[in-house]
Write a protein that binds this ligand. Structure first.
Ligand code: PA5
Ligand code: MN
Length: 196
């Protein structure tokens, strides 16, 4: 049996930190090609390179039955009409599902079935846990005005595969329309023309 301290994870919902765990930071410059409006992206980046999100991941070496988890914190803000968000990924071991829990703030998740491209916009709010099925690309955004923090729990053997998203991005984007998040097919956006 593990020690009591090893059975606990002490996290801070206000900072997204987990005690004793290193934090990986992603800045605007790390998300080239992710946002729907490349002109707005380049203009924002020419001004500054703000922190978009951080992740503290606990991924110890262990058996296949283990769980890994991470606490993410996404800052409030937008590029054009698109909320600050994560790069997004599939799991390297595609059948791996994940559970997301809101710790603070107001979030939204974009889920995309890898086989069909079917997309869903799902609220990540306090009192609502989001189940991300296997074979599903997922990206998280902060749709509120304060930092969003959340916890994601996934099988130890899940792994993170960023390559497919880096190549094709998601089929849809979540943009602010009339003050509210809306799921929009990227190919219908005027800025889609400026993508290769
Ligand atoms: O494993 C997860 O799904 C999360 O902990 C993410 O890694 C976190 O939300 C950051 O997103 P991404 O890994 O797409 O940069
Ligand atoms: Mn994941």
């Amino acid at each position: 049996m593990l020690d009591v301290e090893q059975l606990l994870s002490r996290f801070n919902p206000a900072t997204g930190e987990i005690s004793g765990v290193p934090v990986v930071k992603r800045h605007l410059g790390d998300l080239r090609g992710c946002f729907a409006d490349p002109k707005a992206y380049e203009a924002a980046l020419a001004q500054s390179n703000p922190l978009l999100y951080s992740v503290a991941a606990v991924e110890p070496a262990g058996g296949d039955g283990d769980l890994h988890y991470g606490v993410g914190m996404i800052m409030p803000g937008k590029i054009g009409d698109e909320y600050f968000m994560t790069k997004g990924h599939l799991h390297s071991w595609r059948p791996a599902a994940e559970f997301y829990f809101n710790l603070a703030g107001k979030g939204m998740m974009l889920l995309e079935d890898e086989a069909t491209g079917e997309s869903r916009m799902v609220e990540l709010l306090p009192t609502v846990a989001v189940y991300v099925p296997g074979h599903t690309a997922h990206r998280t955004m902060n749709v509120g005005r304060t930092p969003l923090t959340y916890l994601g729990v996934y099988p130890a053997k899940a792994g993170h595969d960023y390559a497919a998203i880096a190549r094709n991005n998601f089929r849809c984007a979540i943009l602010e329309r009339h003050g509210k998040p809306e799921l929009i097919e990227r190919k219908t956006l005027p800025s889609a023309a400026s993508y290769p």
